[in-house]
Write a protein that binds this ligand. Sequence first.
Ligand SMILES: Nc1ncnc2c1ncn2[C@@H]1O[C@H](COP(=O)(O)OP(=O)(O)OP(=O)(O)O)[C@@H](O)[C@H]1O
Length: 681
Amino acid sequence: MATSDVPDTSDTNQVPAQRDPTPATTPAESLEDQPSGSAPDPEVRATIPHDPVLTYGKEDDDTSSAWRKHEKTMERTGVRTMVKRLPGLLRLAWSLAWEADRNGLIALVTVRVVAGLVEAAGLLAVAGALGGLLTAGPTPDRVRHALPALALILAAGLVRTALSLVENLLRARFGPRIDRVCVVRLLDLATTTSVMAFDDPRFVDDLEAAERGAVSGRQLVDNATTVFTSVVRLVAAAGVLGVLHPLLVPLLILSILPDGWATARSARLAYASWLGRIRLVRRQFMLRYYMIDRDSAAEIRSFGLGRFLLDEYSVIARGNEAEALRVGRGQARYRLVGESVAGLALGAVYGTLVVLLDTGVMPLAAAGAAVLAIRNGRGALSTALTSLNDAYENFLYFDEYQAWILEATRRIPPPRSLAAPVSPDVIRVDGVTYTYPHTETTALRGVSVELRRGQVVAFVGANGSGKSTLAKVLAGLYVPDSGTVRWDGVDLAGVDPDSVRDRVGLIPQAYTRWPMSARLNIAVGRVARLATDGPDSVIAAAAATGADEVIDKLPHGYDTSLARQYNSGHDLSGGQWQRIACARAVYRDAPILIADEPSAALDARAEQALFDLIQSLGKDRIVLLITHRLASVRTADRIYVLDDGLVADEGTHAELMNRPGIYPDLFTLQARQFVDTIPVD
Ligand SMILES: Nc1ncnc2c1ncn2[C@@H]1O[C@H](COP(=O)(O)OP(=O)(O)OP(=O)(O)O)[C@@H](O)[C@H]1O
């Protein structure tokens, strides 16, 4: 499995904890905690020191390097930058929530504003009740006097409880909706943007980050709405204090600033730590993934790799533990300073209250309500600051998502009104060059080939000579850097890309083993046919490629699940899967068939049957066959020999064998392997 298949969990929400620990632990230390019964192999440790370059390879000094991504992001987390980007953050959260569920958003904002007003009313009622209770006179009279205010306090409490229930319900409805909106947008683009984008490692890397960012949208909205609620509560508390005595408002704000400072510093410390160790976190997840992956299980055991991988994992994990401790200590220091200063400030607030009471400026009842308002206000501001920090952090991830969305949108091939010829007679490729993104070597260097309907054309040549690349160019999947691809004289550069793909049936070298039913694994060739032609339409395609023999032996036939990783799923052998991949292309029933190494895993009989099928399909189609089995291309109508991105030779088998070149050399080499071993009577 390619590295890109490893789910990137580096950006998980276990943020933030630790700083890049270029681990101080030695391999020997890291083995201390190994489970008993799996004694470390001393030889492995002796020969493989913990050396990142040796293990993971040299890194380019470039932010696109898979392990280094995000390291520069810290520049974006300065307090000034945070303040500057705040309005954008709130706008983004608002528009996201608006798109996901505008009625829900309106309801949520209303509920939160009403809750703030009710809180303010409750606080004023406290002042009223205390005023009633603290007036002179007999107790029953005072209680009677305070009764309306007490009833209001009770009612405010009940309304706030009801509102918080409604708020929770609204948030439960919001979260999944925002997730859906964000993830669906990402998946839609991931499946429609140009396939060439996936050859660009930066794009793929950014996609991983964007995936993480997609689920931050929900948290971002949640944080932003919590900030909003806290601000409403804070305004309510400040309003009440302002009514009681204007001096109390600035004092309240002063008393919460130290806490705010400590929260911001702590979050920044943790975030910096997380950014610093991101490459190690990525390696850690990669190691974990391969250690539990089904595909690597046999290799890990037969090569005795388990100990090495486990040790590598432990070294990183131990570094992370040390870093978590360092961050924890730093945060405790910030908290200590913040809370000490906040304590002093709070003392000043209460001191002022005492002075106001003492001088008779404020009655005792009002002072009681002020204490309550100060407590509520402090709680609200501290929640607002924490949520603001979380919101900013989620905003950074969401920023990655937004950036990828823009990039993927930019890479969508523009729609065109001109459709490709429905069943072309000739495909002509002229002087095509193609270079993969961010690579030095040109995969195709001025290639010209011609394919005609009713013919089977073969591409042969050494590994890496450009066969698959050329096939993708003539199928319209890759847009050449220069040169033209014409179908019946129509340049594909001006044609609707969907219409081009519609005419091509592809058996790719690396096909997908869909974890779905056997039936669907064939129907994916043209899934819309299932609806028009019915579920049994796959049977003919299966029979044509021998996939029916495989499926007939499965417990539920075509309805057997081929999701081996799940309960009751069945797996197939490599050759059995290949028959299914071939059946897909037959089911597609397209006028152009491209078979790229379609028989690599097939047994001799199945291979012969497949080449016979390809020949027969070639009678009324354009068929391109790419294979290293040269015996199978002898009957091809035309053979192109590719070498290092160029067409080195072309002709029929007989023509090519009659002149010196790569083809006769390769053919003779292969043929000799058989001839020498055939017993001679
Ligand atoms: N996704 C990619 N990104 C970058 N370079 C690539 C990519 N795919 C192929 N190449 C490079 O392009 C060149 C041509 O590759 P291509 O796959 O077309 O060769 P091929 O003739 O089909 O090889 P094989 O017989 O091994 O399948 C090679 O040098 C290869 O390294």
